[in-house]
Design a protein around this ligand. Sequence first.
Ligand code: IMP
Ligand code: MG
Length: 174
Amino acid sequence: MLDKKLIIAEHDIKKRVNELGAAITRDYRDRPLVVVGILNGAFIFMADLARQIALPIEIDFIRVSSYGDKDHSSGKITFTKDIELDITGKDVLLVEDIVDTGRTMAELIKFFAARKPASLKVCALIDKRERREAAIDIDYPGFTVAHGFLVGYGLDYAEQHRHYPEIYHLLMDK
Ligand code: IMP
Ligand code: MG
């Protein structure tokens, strides 16, 4: 069993998610918005964030996989489930758990931009800059974390730990 250290408490997440929801509500007022969650990691964040957006939004999910059981990106991104809504001419907001190297988000932005949305923005709960390779503009960042491997609130290590209401640093014995 790997050790873990609490880094973001449940009430801090709640407060930040409320702020993000309020900002999104302000920015998109009276515009039809499609909110796209990136599975699996964003499922908890998406559920909480969506309930803080006071607009008539449409919701869809896409699933990509870039990780094996390891703590570093395999470099290869596979789309395993597409969205079902037509986003042409609509405002689209991508909701991601964490941007690390930025490679996954860079691929997603290319993939979505090709479908000609009216606009495309990114909301990520965690902006982890230590290993950034692709320059990504995160329009709605939740928390900036300098380094480490995080679990909880949707974030996993080998599909475990996703269900915690708070976020931890996983202490790897290396
Ligand atoms: P990127 O392509 O390196 O930016 O990786 C993005 C994906 O890797 C995220 O969607 C996460 O699923 C996963 N990931 C990156 N860092 C972490 C972490 O610290 N904990 C858990 N998953 C992570
Ligand atoms: Mg993951």
